[in-house]
Design a protein around this ligand. Structure first.
Ligand code: FES
Length: 269
C-alpha cells in the first residue's frame, strides 16, 4: 500500500540557535564595538565646538565650516539666529549629512542589522523576530534615500579635497606671509580624502546613476567605463569603508591634539 508523503515543516529556530560550529558571533561583535566607538567619539567631537582647526588644517568633522570662529568659516561667526539653549558647534550644521550617507549605505546596513538588531545575527542563526518585513515598509523603506545623500557626499568630497590644498599653505606667525609647505597633518588629511574617495566611488547608488537606468546598462562607452571603474571600487566597498571610517576620526583627533598642544605637527617641507 502506498503511503502519502507528509510535508516536512521545519521548526523555526529560537534566537541564537544554530548548527554552525564556527565563531559566527565574532564579526557582529566586532562591528558592534567599532561602530559604537565611532559614534561615541564623533558625537563627543561634534559637540566640542573648539580645537577643530590648527593653522591651515581643518577637522573633516567640521568641514565645510559654514559659521564659526576659525579662519576657515565661510560665512563668518556663529549666526544670531542660533537658539541660545542649544550649544553651538559648526559640526552640528553639517555632520548629519555624511553621517546619514554612511548610515544608509548598503554595506553598513547589512553589518549593523546583524550587529545591533540581530536581524538575523548571522546566516543560519535564529533571530528574535518571527516576521520579516525587509526594507519594503516604514521605517526601513526610508533607507532608499541613500542616493540623495550620495550627491551630498560627492560635494563634501570636493570640499575635503580643497581642504587638503589649503593645508599646503602655512602662514608665518611673525610676517603673516603665506608659503607652500607640507606637514604631517597635510598627509593625514590627504590620506583621509583618498580613503573617503575610494569608499564613495564604490557606492552602489553611484553605479546605478552612472551605469544606466531601470534594468539596462548604459550604451555610451564613457558611461560603461565609469561603471566598470565604480564596480572595481564597489567590489572592495567594505575594505574602503572601515579604513575611511577610522581615517576621518583620526584626522579629527590629529587636528584636535595639535590644537590643544598635546601633539606637535611635524613639518616635512
Ligand atoms: Fe555604501 Fe553607497 S552603498 S556608500
Amino acid at each position: 500500500m502506498a503511503h502519502a508523503q507528509l510535508p516536512v515543516i521545519p521548526r523555526p529556530r529560537s534566537f541564537g540557535e544554530t548548527m554552525r560550529k564556527d565563531w559566527w558571533w565574532l564579526q557582529p561583535a566586532i562591528v558592534l564595538l567599532l561602530l559604537s566607538s565611532f559614534v561615541v567619539y564623533a558625537t563627543w567631537a561634534a559637540f566640542q565646538g573648539e580645537h577643530y582647526s590648527y593653522g591651515p588644517y581643518l577637522s573633516p568633522f567640521y568641514s565645510p565650516e559654514l559659521f564659526g570662529n576659525s579662519p576657515h568659516a565661510w560665512f563668518g561667526p556663529p549666526p544670531a539666529w542660533w537658539p541660545g539653549w542649544l550649544v553651538f558647534s559648526p559640526a552640528l550644521l553639517i555632520l548629519p549629512f555624511p553621517g546619514l550617507f554612511r548610515l544608509t549605505c548598503y554595506y553598513y546596513r547589512g553589518a549593523y542589522y546583524k550587529a545591533f538588531w540581530a536581524d538575523p545575527p548571522a546566516c543560519a542563526v535564529g533571530e528574535p523576530r518571527k516576521q520579516y518585513c525587509g526594507e519594503a515598509a516604514f521605517p526601513l523603506i526610508v533607507q532608499n534615500i541613500h542616493r540623495y545623500f550620495l550627491y551630498i557626499a560627492l560635494v563634501f568630497l570636493v570640499v575635503l579635497a580643497h581642504d587638503v590644498y589649503k593645508a599646503l599653505w602655512f602662514t608665518d606667525p611673525v610676517t603673516g606671509h603665506q608659503s607652500f609647505g607640507l606637514g604631517l597633518g597635510t598627509l593625514v588629511l590627504a590620506a583621509n580624502v583618498i580613503l573617503l574617495g575610494g569608499y564613495t566611488l564604490g557606492c552602489h547608488s553611484l553605479r546605478h546613476v552612472i551605469g544606466g537606468y531601470l534594468d539596462q546598462l548604459a550604451r555610451r562607452p564613457v558611461r560603461r567605463r565609469l561603471y566598470d571603474c565604480s564596480s572595481r571600487f564597489n567590489r572592495a566597498h567594505m575594505r574602503w569603508g572601515w579604513p575611511s571610517l577610522f581615517s576621518v576620526a583620526f584626522a579629527d583627533l590629529y587636528v584636535r591634539m595639535c590644537s590643544m598642544g598635546v601633539w606637535t605637527d611635524w613639518r616635512i617641507l
